[in-house]
Design a protein around this ligand. Structure first.
Ligand code: AMP
Ligand code: MG
Length: 353
């Protein structure tokens, strides 16, 4: 039986990573709660930017203090924040950190953020998306804080903070939202409530649904991030009856990991787009350790040894063991009708000349 967690090979890394993701998730939740209809209507993106910086600062501070030699490949860097004209903005970041119990000068906060601006591959590194799913964050919907430790190109520790996802998916739960999903390689996948650090972690398992007609698939809300026309062709090919579950962020991996959906498809919507490692690393190991499979659209394993992008892969398919190969086979057939030239998969609607 897999150990619950904090013992084992990655105990020190997991302990600090859980603290870091919990702190960052709370910061994001506080900022999201302040987004008013007014801010939303004005399409003011500043809340997400404040939360992005504060989340990255909080996480990189904790990881950097315990593992000062570990590079962190994160999404943000502090360049803009250090400019004089952005002083008031930096103040907002400092104020969110203060509210989370972290007192810092502007210089310190920027230095923490820049602990996470590495972009090159290393034999041991962390990768971080301080807020994945920024559109969901602004819409008061799903977003995630994603953190993973990669050793020799393999994800060994992975965490997803999901402040708007219930820790328990059963309808009879008390409705409390906020969960941290996490996994260590060989140690299983687990979920803990965001607001109760002392709660016993609960194991997370993919569903064993093998009948595609009964299966549920999830995909991005944003049609620029995935081809919904191709996914609906896959759904038709597999006779899937249920409508897609559209959700922002790596919360989709959490949903597959705990069996609320069987399949997550991310099918390239434009030529040449390279997935970013921080958009996946946290979710991939959670699904794998929950008993699922994750690959690119051609069934190849994801390669986390090329720096900040998945240069060797195109798109993503995450699914339970029973259905993963069927999705890849369906995609293979469908892509044959899109005879791609060498290089990236074509966009929907592309016709051979
Ligand atoms: P999601 O919430 O699943 O739609 O994914 C959000 C992530 O999509 C962001 O963090 C971006 O890094 C990433 N993204 C941006 N443009 C694209 C694109 N053209 N294709 C795939 N992902 C993208
Ligand atoms: Mg992201």
């Amino acid at each position: 039986m897999a150990s619950q967690s904090k013992s084992g090979r990655w105990a020190a890394e997991l302990t600090v990573a859980l603290d870091a993701v919990r702190a960052a998730s709370h910061i994001c939740r506080e900022v999201q709660a302040k987004i008013s209809a007014d801010v939303f209507e004005k399409e003011d993106r500043s809340p997400v930017t404040v939360a992005d910086f504060a989340s990255q600062a909080a996480i990189c501070r904790l990881i950097g203090d315990v593992f000062p030699r570990d590079p962190i490949i994160g999404e943000e860097e502090s360049g803009a924040l250090r400019r004089d004209e952005n002083g008031p903005f930096l103040e907002r970041v400092l104020s969110e950190l203060r509210a989370a119990g972290v007192n810092a000068t502007g210089e310190q906060a920027c230095d923490w953020i820049d602990r996470g601006c590495e972009k090159k591959y290393a034999p041991r590194f962390w990768t971080l998306d301080p807020i994945d799913g920024t559109k969901g964050f602004l819409r008061q919907e799903q977003y995630a804080v994603s953190l993973a430790l990669v050793i020799d190109g393999r994800i060994e520790v992975a965490l997803l903070g999901c402040p708007n996802l219930a820790a328990v998916s059963q309808p009879d739960s008390d409705g409390a939202t906020g969960a941290i999903f996490y996994a260590t390689r060989g140690g299983g996948a687990w979920v803990v409530p965001l607001d109760d650090p002392s709660a016993a972690p609960q194991p997370v398992h993919c569903s064993h649904q093998s009948n595609a007609a009964e299966a549920r698939f999830c995909e991005s809300v944003e049609s620029s991030h995935t081809s919904t026309s191709l996914s609906s062709r896959v759904a038709d090919a597999l006779c899937m009856q249920r409508p897609p579950l559209r959700m922002d962020s790596q919360a989709k991996y959490a949903i597959v990991a705990r069996g609320d959906a069987e399949i997550y498809m991310r099918l390239p919507a434009k030529y040449g787009y390279k997935e970013k490692i921080w958009d996946h690393a946290g979710g991939v190991l959670v699904v794998e350790e929950a008993g699922g499979c994750v690959s690119d659209v051609e069934g190849r394993p994801l390669e986390f040894n090329h720096g900040f992008e998945l240069l060797g892969n195109r798109g993503i398919v995450a699914a339970n063991r029973e259905l993963h190969a069927k999705v890849i086979a369906a995609l293979d057939e469908i892509y044959k009708t899109f005879p791609a030239p060498q290089g990236p998969l074509p966009a929907p609607g592309w016709k051979p000349s």
